[in-house]
Write a protein that binds this ligand. Structure first.
Ligand code: PLP
Length: 395
């Protein structure tokens, strides 16, 4: 039998600490490894598979499009890309779309757009304010945009034009704003660094400040978009509107795709400014279109809201039972459980051994990002496993 971890060690760049599991198959909220072991998958392709693994809507769209037309170039009109753009615009507060291949690519587009806007409308302003603890992607520019010094250090000097300020601090944003500032870029909830929620009223204050100063508000909804917070887009749950929004993860139901959306007033990228060989390709666009249509028509965000509430209640019960749980936080189906010591790794390992995949977002916290189609059965099963794992840790 092939030893896959050995192959990884020999041939793959060692940039990731892998979990010692080789996944070979998935269906709905479940995945199986090469030894036939079944898992309830609450890592879910890193918050990607909004309809679960291999949902028929996703699979059929891939099959149908693969037999029809896979890749052209943006030089030609193709239908799936334009149908997807129309569906996104008709269901959001944004007016124009550029389809990319990932979250970081969508964010790169947003940065270019904001700089172009600064050049055209803000006397050449080019700086973008982001927050400490944010994660926006792994390109050089987005490494600089991500407010995590440990990501910067190996690649310094960082590209200029990004100012990282403390999270949840409107006064810090105000203090960092100068004549060079063109935009503020935020995640609604800092997802990768611990599911850090915005303080009450913070996002509205940021919106007001951007309006007052004429800055663009870019919302990175790569993780929060497409139903995860219990509405199609996360901004709808916080009652603010972005000028620019980026999407990826859930958008394609599992295939790699991203999208940059902007309001008409700031959709300033023009001929020659932006392109991508695979951007908007028929295969991924058709899959995303079918996924998004299903998500909207079946009110999948409504399910995420309902089941998210139920999961939070069950986790709340566990918090009352185990004193080492200090906080359960989240919105919709983006949830973290935090502990009073650095037992995140121990908990994820024990969960895996008990058939539940979760990930550690901080040394002392785990994250749950199940598919948005789960019901109370999977929720009860997951919290049952967590209860068993926690009881093995203490009181
Ligand atoms: C909020 C946010 N932005 C951007 C990214 C980067 O997306 P990708 O990994 O598709 O480049 C991520 C990935 O986790 C993310 O969570």
């Amino acid at each position: 039998m092939t030893n896959w971890p050995e192959l990884d060690k020999k041939y793959y760049m060692q940039t990731i600490v892998r979990v010692p599991v080789t996944l070979v198959r998935g269906k709905g909220a479940r995945a199986w490894d090469d030894k036939g072991r079944e898992y309830l998958d609450f890592v879910n392709g890193l918050a990607v598979n909004c309809l679960g693994h291999c949902h028929p809507v996703v699979v059929n769209a891939i099959k149908k499009q693969a037999e029809t037309l896979i890749q052209t170039s943006l030089w030609f009109y193709t239908m799936p890309m334009l149908q997807l753009a129309e569906l996104l615009v008709k269901n959001s507060c944004l007016d124009r779309v550029f389809i990319a291949n990932s979250g970081l690519e969508a964010n790169e587009g947003a940065i270019k757009l904001a700089r172009r806007y600064g050049k055209l409308k803000l006397n050449g302003a080019y700086e973008i304010i982001t927050t400490l603890g944010s994660f926006h992607g792994r390109s050089l520019a987005l490494t600089a945009a991500s407010g995590q010094p440990k990501m910067h250090a190996p690649f310094e000097p960082m590209p200029s034009g990004f100012v990282n300020v403390p999270n949840n601090d409107i006064e810090a944003i105000k203090a960092a704003t100068t004549e060079k500032t063109c935009a503020v870029m935020l995640e609604l909830i800092q997802a990768e660094t611990g599911v850090n929620l915005p303080d009450n009223g913070y996002l509205k204050k940021v919106r007001e400040w951007c309006d007052e100063k004429g800055l663009l508000l870019i919302l990175d909804e790569v993780q929060t978009g497409i139903g995860r917070l219990g509405a199609l887009f996360g901004y709808q749950t916080y009652d603010i509107e972005p000028d620019v929004m980026t999407l990826a993860k859930g958008l394609g139901g599992g295939v790699p795709i991203g999208a940059l959306l902007a309001k008409e007033k700031c959709a300033v990228l023009t001929l020659g400014d932006h392109n991508a060989t695979f951007g908007g390709n028929p295969l991924t666009s058709a899959t995303a279109y079918a996924t998004l249509k299903y998500v909207i028509e079946k009110d999948i965000p409504g399910n995420a809201r309902k089941v998210g509430q139920y999961l939070m209640e069950k986790l709340g019960t566990l918090k009352n039972k185990y004193s080492f749980i200090t906080e359960v936080r989240g919105r919709g189906l983006l949830i973290a459980v935090e502990f009073n010591s650095e037992i995140g790794e121990k908990v994820t390992t024990a969960c895996r051994e008990n058939g539940l995949l979760v990930n550690r977002v901080k040394p002392n916290a785990i994250r749950l990002v199940p598919p948005l189609i789960i019901g109370t059965k999977e929720t009860d099963e997951a919290t049952g496993i967590l209860d068993r794992v926690f009881s093995g840790i203490g009181k």
